[in-house]
Ligand binder design. Sequence first.
Ligand code: NDP
Length: 333
Amino acid sequence: QQQILLKERPNGMPTRSTFQYEETDVVQPTEGEVQLKTLYLSVDPYMRGRMNDAKSYTAPFQVGEPLNGGIVAVVTKSHSNGLQEGDVVTGMLEWKEYNTVDADAVRKLDLHGVSSSAALGVLGMPGLTAYFGMYKIGEPKEGETVVISGAAGAVGSVAGQLAKIKGARVIGIVGSKEKADYIKSLGFDEAINYKTDNLKEVLKEHCPDGIDVYFENVGGEISDHILPHLNTFARVPVCGSISSYNLEKGERDIGVRVQGFLVKARVKMQGFLVRDFEDQFQEAYKALASYIEAGELQYEETIHEGIERVPEAFIGLFKGENIGKQLVKVSEK
Ligand code: NDP
């Protein structure tokens, strides 16, 4: 079977030579273990941070070791009472075609009738991130103005629809016309294309009453344009800042202009990690599934076929090549 290792730490944008493919044996399970065939493998922006040799909230990947992340897999052999052959599970697993792990390391999926791939998107980590960021920190109220950057991605597209459910006016910022059309089709009130629109002018036009919630996914220049519009007591869930993830060593990060706006408007700006809300995951899964069932929450996936396309899928995140959740389909059930 094939597995993917971190070949070298990237400086700036990752390339094909960040990754190394290697043949390795499929391991037989022993007592309490299961053998899993990978169906879907998730590529996520946070993995770029783990490629650096820097202390952070998750340990760095090691050069020469397999990469890992969220995976949906089917049980092909079971030596555990809890799981049977054919069960579909998810967990943090290594990037290989077959993983053999303790049965406790994975969770059996109960997907409420949607595709198992959703466990890595709308009904997985990105969906939960949108839910907690928007509902526990952003707390949008009816009639308020909510702006979301990275709005056509896995987190942003869900965050926007959750704000709509609460009756807010929602404006999304995206990097292409196709994505602008997509988020409008989801019910976003306005879409701004930061590559072609004059951000300064369009924000003035679309946010005449200022901004009450800014769901921050990208940082950098885009956010520099948004922050001056924050209303008194606005909330800013700081989910990520993807525009800075591939800065080369020595390049200056952004953020120097933030503080002035926060003080002036007494803004609450809070960074968060989805795992801070672990004790409420069940509540969130249920709520998200019920919104999908009611037709209030839609989702899109960009799926590349074949384990050989993992580097392309990952690098594509930083080039805006995905709509909704980016996944790689490794094999059929
Ligand atoms: P996405 O599906 O949104 O994919 C990334 C998208 O980001 C791209 O498609 C692109 O869209 C946009 N993008 C890439 N580079 C830039 C750039 N330089 N400037 C502006 N936009 C850019 O990924 P996710 O939904 O998985 O993640 C979104 C954010 O949420 C990330 O910052 C991520 O790190 C963060 N996150 C945080 C979590 C937490 O616990 N705090 C958990 C999960 C995610 P476009 O074409 O519109 O530019």
